[in-house]
Design a binder for this molecule. Structure first.
Ligand SMILES: COc1ccc([C@@H]2N[C@@H](C)[C@@H](O)[C@H]2O)cc1
Length: 450
C-alpha cells in the first residue's frame, strides 16, 4: 500500500463503546423532511416522476417558486414527541434526521444563512424539538447533512475558473461553520450522516475535509461519521487508494443490501431504505411497489444477519403528519419487534452456511443462536449445516420456550429441524437453536470416493 496523508486513518473496525453501541442498534429510522414536502411531488397539477426531495431540479419547477416555498412552511401538525413515540414503538434504536438537504433549507435556525426555519411562518427550531423528543425516548440521534447546497451562492459542483475557486472558499467556510454550529447546538448528537459529497469540487477538498472531520470529532469524542463524507488526495471516495474504508462504517448500501458476508469486506455498514421504490421526501402519489412489513422485516433481519444496521425512511408531509402508510408499517414492524427484538438487538453474523428458509443471527454477547424463518419448505424440514465440532442439541420456538422441536441428523454436520406450524404462518418466526461445541469423533459418515 502507498502512504496517504488523507486516506483512512484507521484500519479495521472501531472497538470503542460508542461504536459498539452503534453496531448493536440493528434498526434505525431515517427522517427526510423539508420544504420539498409542500409540493409533495407535484407542481401546478403536474406529477413529478423523480424523488420528491429533488423536485427543485425538475425542469417544470421554476427555481424562484421553489426557493420561496419556505415562506409558506408552517407545519401545524408537527409533533416531535409523537414521531419519537412512534419510532420507539417500531423498535428503532437510532434516528437520522435531515438538517439540510441538497436544497439548502435549514430545519434549524442557522446563523450563517437566512434560508432557515427561523425565517418561515413556523419559526421554531425543528431539529431541536426532534433531538429533545428522540433523546427523551432513549433513541440516539444522528444528523444528516448534505454537502451539496443549491441555495448557497458559493456552492459549485466543479471548479472551472479562478472565480469559482474564490467563491468555493466561502462555501467551504460556510459548510464548516454550519457543522460546528450543529454540534454546538445539539451536543447529544452521536454522529453525522453525510450526503451529496460526490461533486468534483468537494472531491478536490481532501485536506480541508480531513481537517474538518478531525475538528468535528474533537468537538464530540466518539462521534461517528460514515464513509460518504470525504475523498482521499487521489479523489477516491468511501475506500482510499489502498482500498481501505475512510470513516467508521460503509455508507454505500443505499436502497440495496449485501448478498453475502464477503460483500461487506469486514466493515461495519448501514442500509438506508425507502418504503416505495425511490422516495425519501414526501410524495403525495407513490407509484409502483410499496414494500410490505414482511418485506421490510426480511430486509432488517438480512441486514443484521450480515453484521449491518437497517435504517427505514419516513417522509412526513408538509403539515407535519406521518402519512398513514408509514404509520401502519411502523405499527406492524413494532408488533413483530415486540416479540422478536432479541434476534435484532446486539446481534450479527453467524458463520453457518445460509439456507433457503431464512437467516441466522447470533447475539454477540451471549452466543445465543436464532433461525429466523421466512420461507417454510413444503417438507417442514428446515435444513441446517453446522461447522465441524458443532452439534445442535435443542431447538425451540422463541415464542414458546417449552416447545421441543425435533432435530434429525441426516449427514455429517447436517440436520433437519422438523417443524410444521399448527396454524398458517403469516409472519416470519424464530427458532432458537442450542449447540454443543465438541471435538467429538468424526462420526460415522464416509465421504464417497468419486
Ligand atoms: C443522484 O442519485 C442520488 C440518489 C439519492 C440521493 C439522496 N440520498 C438519499 C439518502 C436521499 O437523501 C436522496 O435524496 C442523492 C442523489
Amino acid at each position: 500500500s502507498i502512504t496517504l496523508k488523507h486516506g483512512a486513518h484507521r484500519l479495521g473496525k472501531r472497538t470503542d463503546k460508542q461504536m459498539q453501541t452503534w453496531r448493536n442498534y440493528g434498526l434505525g429510522q431515517f427522517i427526510h423532511w423539508g420544504v420539498y414536502a409542500i409540493p409533495g411531488g407535484h407542481w401546478e397539477g403536474k406529477y413529478y416522476p423523480g424523488a420528491a426531495e429533488w423536485i427543485r431540479s425538475w425542469k417544470e419547477m421554476p427555481k424562484e417558486a421553489y426557493d420561496n416555498l419556505y415562506k409558506q412552511f408552517n407545519p401545524e401538525k408537527f409533533n416531535a414527541r409523537g414521531w419519537a413515540k412512534q419510532a420507539k414503538e417500531m423498535g428503532a434504536k437510532y434516528v437520522i434526521i435531515t438538517t439540510k438537504h441538497h436544497d439548502g433549507f435549514c430545519l434549524w435556525p442557522s446563523k450563517y444563512t437566512d434560508y432557515t426555519i427561523a425565517k418561515s411562518p413556523y419559526k421554531k427550531d425543528i431539529i431541536g424539538q426532534l433531538v429533545d423528543a428522540y433523546d427523551a425516548e432513549g433513541i440516539d440521534v444522528y444528523l444528516y447533512f448534505s454537502i451539496i447546497d443549491w441555495n448557497h451562492p458559493g456552492y459549485r459542483s466543479s471548479l472551472k475558473t479562478e472565480a469559482d475557486r474564490k467563491e468555493y472558499e466561502d462555501f467551504k467556510t460556510f459548510t464548516r461553520n454550519q457543522l460546528v454550529e450543529l454540534l454546538e447546538r445539539y451536543p447529544s448528537t452521536k454522529g453525522l450522516w453525510f450526503d451529496g459529497s460526490w461533486d468534483k469540487a468537494w472531491i478536490e477538498q481532501a485536506e480541508f475535509a480531513d481537517e474538518l472531520g478531525r475538528e468535528l470529532r474533537e468537538m464530540i469524542p466518539g462521534l461517528i461519521i460514515g464513509s460518504r463524507f470525504r475523498a482521499d488526495e487521489n479523489g477516491n471516495r468511501h475506500f482510499d487508494t489502498n482500498g481501505d474504508m475512510m470513516g467508521d462504517y460503509e455508507q454505500g448500501w443505499e436502497r440495496k443490501i449485501p448478498e453475502t458476508i464477503e460483500d461487506i469486506h469486514g466493515n461495519d455498514w448501514d442500509c438506508v431504505m425507502t418504503i416505495p421504490e425511490n422516495q425519501w421526501g414526501y410524495h403525495s402519489d407513490w407509484k409502483g411497489h410499496v414494500k410490505t412489513s414482511n418485506e421490510l422485516i426480511e430486509m432488517l433481519v438480512k441486514s443484521v444477519s450480515l453484521d449491518g444496521n437497517f435504517v427505514l425512511n419516513f417522509g412526513p408531509d408538509g403539515e407535519g403528519n406521518i402519512r398513514p402508510e408509514e404509520t401502519k408499517l411502523a405499527a406492524e414492524i413494532g408488533a413483530w419487534m415486540d416479540v422478536n427484538k432479541e434476534v435484532v438487538y446486539g446481534c450479527g453474523y453467524l458463520d453457518w452456511k445460509k439456507q433457503d428458509w431464512g437467516y441466522y443471527t447470533v447475539n454477540r454477547e451471549t452466543g445465543k443462536k436464532y433461525m429466523v424463518v421466512f420461507n417454510m419448505p413444503v417438507s417442514g424440514a428446515l435444513r441446517v449445516k453446522v461447522p465441524d465440532n458443532t452439534r445442535p442439541d435443542k431447538a425451540y420456538l422463541l415464542e414458546q420456550p417449552e416447545s421441543d422441536i425435533t432435530i434429525e441428523e441426516i449427514h455429517r454436520n447436517e440436520y433437519f429441524v422438523h417443524y410444521k406450524p399448527m396454524t398458517p404462518v403469516k409472519k416470519p418466526f424464530v427458532i432458537v437453536i442450542e449447540t454443543t461445541e465438541s471435538d467429538a469423533d468424526e462420526g460415522h459418515y464416509q465421504k464417497a470416493k468419486t
